[in-house]
Design a protein around this ligand. Structure first.
Ligand code: F6R
Length: 628
């Protein structure tokens, strides 16, 4: 599928052409036996990550043999018999982030011009366009549109210059920017797998009959429970009886011993967390970073479309709608753009009469398959609107119906309640608002710099909240676990945070929780408040701070118990509160929901677990709501 810039009709690669972020990697070097069945088994264990193409490569009689295609593992097995692949060194891959028509060419492994090297990849090579141009100028011929293939050609260049396999990979890795876990085989040293890690996960398994590397421990756990975690900026050279780890930058040796994995496969899938929801909450430093990596081309295309439009709507359901509320606030405050957020099920009835060829509808959906959202999209398309999509699912109906789409790259979300996908959607929307603001030249340099620096800091802030506040949130939940209702209040950007905190609590612990813009609370809700009623305030020290102090006092005066989420340097709100959860200071106002929502996700999680419910599977809810 092509995404075409509407104005110049120039062809640009789709996001899916370029990335395959949440893919699964497996590689193996065996003393005895063929890798085909081993890799097949490893890939089956990685199926839970979600994928649409599968491939394996090995070395047989000095030649690289690749078997790959689109489809499920069982389908590709039926067609190509990947489990029959011979040879004792091989790499395998499940590719996820592809669009409606995944292709054999874009499936991994990828090879160089001479079929000397094969590579599989999980991540994104951000500078691949520039590298590809340089390689093409040197005569390299490309067979796919992936970012990954440039890596095979870079290694080929280095081999041609007389480097060893490992050194050729190391020098190639030093040229890459972005995130990657890569595994290679090479015909000039057919007894090795070389693998590299920067920001994408990669784990090594050591066994009596050989060694493995994979995206996740479950891939090899049935064969060995001895694992070594590769750290960022490290690479490993695997032979059947040795694992050598070195720093990518310097080539310096790293000494690391295997540890024993005590988990069952089930626990390993949750990487040791008791529930997928908690695992996904903890993935947010990475998923927010991934979301912010969206290629500037797509951001720019979307911002241009919004800039030209006469009317702009932000349309979604549930948690995605809450992300739209935050997004709309950012569009208005940063880029002075009027963007109307509307719940998808109300969109055509309430706003259809306004939708025409001058309208842009920016649609947000984790699954890309929500029936109400798709109805709104179809209704808007029929009226001539331009559809911009943000989704976590490449190839979903939303991405197929969109004129331009962006993948939020959060990886599959297994917990029914959306957590990591909310913060990723917000990250994309706020970044888009910043791109539009730049285009419109509305932001002062200092404001832009503060937000850009904030984007960089977000993963650290998220890690800090998760590592320092989890226990205190659990203790606070214990104190309020007998209440039959709670209320969440926030102002400005924090209205979205409060609504999302309420939705999480409501759907996971079945409590009829309430959420309001704090200023609105005195127009009705306040009558509910009596002695001991818990009110959670989302209170960053932003432009709404002085007003929220007044709202806290109103609630306190009526006997409410105040739980506040404040920044570490807070004085007044913290002083008025019965329970305080702190986040790091200095989060720019527009980015606060991404940090302040984390304690609320944990709050809902612990409330659900405390009541004996399963937070991964709340009653009556489906991950993707495909009915109206
Ligand atoms: C809440 C939740 C739902 C979804 C909603 C939209 O935790 O998961 O409210 O956000 O059903 O789903 P998507 O984003 O797939 O369109």
């Amino acid at each position: 599928m092509l995404i075409t810039d509407q104005t110049s009709r120039r062809r640009i690669p789709t996001t899916a052409d370029m990335v395959s972020r949440m893919c699964g990697i497996a590689a193996s070097v065996l003393k005895n036996g063929d890798v085909g069945p081993v890799l097949f088994d490893c890939l089956k264990k990685l199926e839970y990550r979600g994928y649409d193409s599968v491939g394996e490569a090995s070395i047989i009689d000095g030649k690289i043999i690749v078997k790959k295609d689109k489809g499920k593992i069982s389908e590709v097995e039926r067609e190509l018999h990947i489990s029959d692949l011979r040879g004792n060194v091989g790499i395998g891959h499940t590719r996820w982030a592809t669009h409606g028509a995944p292709s054999r060419e874009n499936a991994h492994p990828h090879t160089d011009c001479t079929d000397t090297v094969a590579v599989v990849h999980n991540g994104i090579v951000e500078n691949f366009m520039q590298l590809k141009q340089e390689l093409e100028a040197k005569g390299h011929k490309f067979k796919s549109r992936t970012d990954t293939e440039v890596v095979a050609h870079l290694v080929e260049e280095n081999l041609r210059n007389g480097r060893s396999f490992a050194e050729a990979v190391r020098l190639a890795a030093n040229k890459l920017t972005g995130a990657y876990a890569l595994a290679f085989i090479c015909t000039s040293e057919p007894d090795k797998v070389v693998c590299v890690r920067k920001e994408s996960p990669l784990v090594i398994g050591t066994a009596a009959n050989g060694n493995f590397c994979a995206s996740d421990i479950p891939a090899f756990l049935s064969r060995t429970n001895q694992a070594i975690l590769l750290e960022d900026n490290e690479m490993a050279i695997l032979t059947a009886d040795q694992v050598r780890i070195v720093q990518i930058e310097t080539g310096e040796a790293v000494n690391r011993k295997p540890f024993t994995v005590e988990w069952s496969i089930e626990t390993a899938l949750k990487t040791g967390f008791p529930h997928f929801m908690l695992k996904e909450i903890h993935e947010q430093p990475m998923t927010v970073r991934n979301a912010l990596r969206t290629h500037p081309i797509y951001m720019d295309l979307m911002a241009s479309a919004i800039n030209k439009a006469k009317k702009v709507f932000l349309v979604a359901c549930g948690t995605s709608y809450h992300a739209c509320l935050g997004g709309a606030y950012a569009f208005s405050n940063l880029a002075k753009a009027e963007v109307t957020p509307v719940v998808a099920s109300e969109f055509i009835d309430g706003h259809g009469a306004l939708v025409d060829g001058d309208t842009v509808v920016l649609v947000v959906s984790q699954s890309g398959e929500t029936a109400d959202t798709l109805s709104a999209v179809r209704g808007a398309k029929d009226r001539g609107a331009t559809i911009l999509g943000i989704s976590n699912t490449m190839g979903s109906t939303l991405t197929r119906l969109s004129d331009v789409y962006i993948g939020q790259n959060s990886g599959p979300e297994m917990g029914v309640a959306a957590t990591k996908t909310f913060t990723a959607q917000l990250s994309v929307l706020i970044k888009l608002a910043v791109v539009l603001a730049r285009k419109r030249e509305f932001l002062r340099k200092s404001e832009l710099e503060t937000i850009e620096a904030g984007f960089q800091q977000l993963p650290n802030w998220i890690s800090t909240v998760l590592s320092t506040q989890q226990d205190s949130v659990r203790r606070i939940v214990e104190r309020y676990s007998d209440r039959s209702s709670l209320c969440f209040l926030g102002r400005g950007m924090s209205v979205a945070t409060a609504l999302e905190g309420r939705l999480k609590l409501l759907e996971l612990s079945y409590l009829p929780a309430i959420a309001y813009p704090a200023g609105e609370s005195k127009h009705g809700f306040i009558s509910v408040v009596e002695e001991g009623y818990p009110v959670i305030f989302v209170a960053p020290r932003d432009e709404s701070y002085s007003k929220i102090i007044g709202n806290v006092m109103e609630m306190k005066a009526r006997g409410a118990k105040i739980i506040s989420i404040v920044d570490e340097k807070d004085g007044e709100v913290a002083r008025l509160s019965d329970d305080v959860i702190v986040v790091p200071p200095g989060v720019p106002s527009m980015l606060t929901p991404i940090v302040f929502v984390l304690p609320l996700q944990l709050f809902a999680y612990y409330m659900s677990v405390g009541k004996g419910y399963d937070p991964d599977f709340p009653r009556n809810l489906a991950k993707s709501v495909t009915v109206h």
